[in-house]
Design a binder for this molecule. Structure first.
Ligand SMILES: Oc1ccc2c(c1)N[C@H](O)CC2
Length: 115
């Protein structure tokens, strides 16, 4: 069967799910390293190593200003937060462990809500 083109209803409910998902991420006990942009002036090496910084407050701003064209671009920014974390932090560091926990939580929730 031909793939149905997405209706505006589908994308507005997807948008509501993105807001809900982001709120759950921000409320998670392990969210603290990811809530606001890293101050790259205060963290040696961060600006050079992390080419595309991303954090939950920036994602919320982009979501509320209709920057995301579709679900995939929203999920890509969420995963960028965790990929940056994995790149910059040791796996067993506090922040490295927080990133791993948040990634597992996000993958579980978006598949429950959107697949
Ligand atoms: O020791 C530190 C100090 C600052 C940061 C990190 C580790 N990791 C974060 O990913 C970026 C900010």
């Amino acid at each position: 069967p031909a793939r149905k083109s997405k209706t505006s209803k589908d994308s507005s409910s997807e948008l509501a799910v993105c807001h809900m998902l982001l709120a759950e991420l921000e409320a998670h006990r392990c969210a603290w390293p990811f809530l606001t942009p890293v101050n790259h002036k205060a963290v040696p090496g961060y600006k050079k190593v992390i080419k595309r910084p991303m954090d939950f407050s920036t994602i919320k701003e982009k979501l509320t200003s209709n920057h995301y064209l579709n679900l995939e671009t929203f999920i890509a920014d969420i995963n960028l937060v965790f990929d940056n974390c994995k790149k910059f932090n040791e796996d067993q560091s506090e922040i490295g462990k927080a990133g791993y926990n948040m990634k597992r939580f996000f993958n579980k929730r978006w598949t429950e809500l959107l697949q």
